[in-house]
Design a binder for this molecule. Structure first.
Ligand SMILES: [Zn+2]
Length: 496
């Protein structure tokens, strides 16, 4: 008899192919006869409830909670069913024998995300009643932030992440609303603000620069030596900024202030830090020398356009390079242009000798060399170099300060870029939010960096030279996923 002979529609009453097909499709063989006697028969399974509890992996690893079943994975989040354990000792009076469960209540909480999925906890919260002291209430649970409906570690996670990432993004990642993220951020920075002066004291070298936040220029104060943003002042208006700087505690520590060529900043700084040396960022003045060469090049180009038609001109980038940076090919290329345009050669040489000033040792030597350079400047190039000359006349004192205090505004400007990023990412965030993110985000990054350097294996990994050959391609992995895999949940907490 084969399956072809059977038409289930013909015999609906006597034949259910889905229930017991073997009875009808194959001859019945009793296999137990050939089995040897020493095979142990597996015991019948225990009741289902007990298996689930006994073998259930503790998914959350939170004290006082027990996972009831395997987590249910959705597309954006994981749902975990847990119950609270009844304590053996009364949390109120400490008696051990007269405690009783007093029903449960269902609560939904959010927990730290795993990888790209947020985690929702379906909790059976327990009540207890104690005859010894007469208390009857919910069993306290230390691991949750009661007023926020989330675990304490999620709150910490949001505190930390919201300093670095836009609120919107943190909300999406954790399943919390952006409003709640903002509220957690606000409470957290309020607490941090109290320790700001201790954690970011006025430095010895202060970096000062302007940055636009909410279409108004603000002042950024940095500590370039420690790599920190100290503070943001809502205005760069000289008088107000001067007052704000004057009121900052610890200002007597400041010995050097780096700024760019802005009169407002200079007058505010000399008002608030009369004894500090003001240093003009050298890149600003060096850039002016490059721009002077550009002007000569531009004029020559206009000229050939008028008189000779389409003759090529030396590329601007080539003229930016120093002698030592040019390849042989580039040198030859440049010499060709210099033969055609002697004025261009002159401008290039003038720029190069201006850059050479920076090899001087000390401000006195630099000043002498500058005077020599100034005297040798060809007057026919004044149309292009006049801005540089004016800047040197107006700011010379502070530019030469660099030779005694070799600090630049590079870190401050990098911080400015970071602040602009914060502005772009967190569309419409206020000045205060940007200020806190800049100060405490940078501080946290720095503290994490220091902590990372303390971790075991850090120095060893750094010291190992990389094998020769092509650099291995980095694999795109979400840092979040990596972090989640590496650390047990409880250890993901920040140091911050
Ligand atoms: Zn009690």
């Amino acid at each position: 008899m084969t399956s072809k002979d059977i038409d289930p529609h013909d015999t609906p009453e006597v034949f259910d192919v889905y229930e017991e097909p073997s009875k009808f499709l194959a001859p019945v063989i009793d296999y137990s006869i050939s089995a040897s006697d020493d095979i142990t028969i597996t015991p019948p399974p225990e009741p289902e409830e007990e298996i689930a509890v006994g073998r259930q992996v503790d998914y959350l690893n939170l004290p006082g909670l027990r996972t009831l079943s395997d987590p249910i994975k959705g597309k954006t989040r994981i749902l975990v069913r847990v119950e609270q354990l009844l304590p053996k000792i009364c949390p109120e009076c400490g008696s051990t024998d007269q405690l009783k469960g007093n029903g449960t209540r269902r609560q939904f909480l959010l927990d730290e995300p795993r990888g790209t999925l947020s985690v929702r906890i379906d909790l059976r919260r327990r009540s207890f009643s104690c005859k010894a002291c007469g208390t009857s209430k919910l069993v306290p649970l230390d691991c949750i932030a009661e007023n926020r409906r989330m675990t304490l570690r999620l709150e910490l996670y949001i505190q930390r992440k919201s300093l670095l990432r836009p609120f919107r993004e943190v909300a999406q990642e954790t399943g919390v609303s952006p409003k709640t993220v903002h509220a957690i951020f606000r409470d957290h920075v309020k607490a941090l603000e109290r320790v700001r002066e201790k954690k970011c004291p006025m430095p010895r070298v202060l970096g000062l620069d302007g940055v636009y936040i909410k279409s108004k220029e603000r002042a950024v104060l940095t500590d370039p030596e420690r790599g920190l943003v100290i503070n943001l002042v809502p205005t760069v208006q000289a008088e107000l900024l001067g007052k704000a700087l004057e009121s900052m505690p610890g200002r007597e520590r400041v010995k050097v202030v780096t700024i760019d060529m802005s009169r407002g900043l200079r007058s505010a700084v000399s008002h608030a830090f009369p004894r500090a040396a003001i240093v003009i960022d050298r890149y600003h003045i060096q850039r002016m020398a490059n721009e002077s060469v550009d002007r000569v090049r531009h004029r020559l180009r206009q000229e050939i356009k008028r008189t000779r038609g389409g003759v090529q001109m030396c590329h601007r980038k080539l003229l930016r390079k120093h002698r030592g940076q040019l390849t042989l090919d580039e040198q030859m290329q440049m010499e060709r242009y210099f033969l055609l345009f002697p004025e261009l050669k002159l401008a290039y040489e003038t720029k190069e000798s201006f850059f050479a000033l920076w090899s001087a040792k000390g401000s006195v030597a630099a000043k002498i060399r500058y005077e020599e350079w100034r005297a040798a400047c060809p007057p026919q190039l004044d149309f292009a170099f006049k801005y540089l000359h004016t800047a040197m006349e107006n700011w010379g004192e502070y530019i030469f300060n660099y030779f005694d205090h070799p600090y630049t505004n590079a870190f401050t400007e990098a911080s400015n870029r970071r602040i602009k990023d914060i502005q772009r990412e967190g569309r419409g965030s206020s000045f205060e939010t940007a200020r806190f993110k800049a100060i405490f985000g940078t501080l946290m990054r720095q503290e994490l960096k220091e902590a990372r350097e303390q971790e075991p294996g850090y120095a060893k990994r750094r010291g190992t030279p990389r094998a020769k050959g092509p650099k291995p391609k980095s694999v795109e992995v979400s840092t979040n996923t990596v972090r989640a895999h590496r650390l047990p949940v409880g250890l993901q907490l920040a140091l911050f």
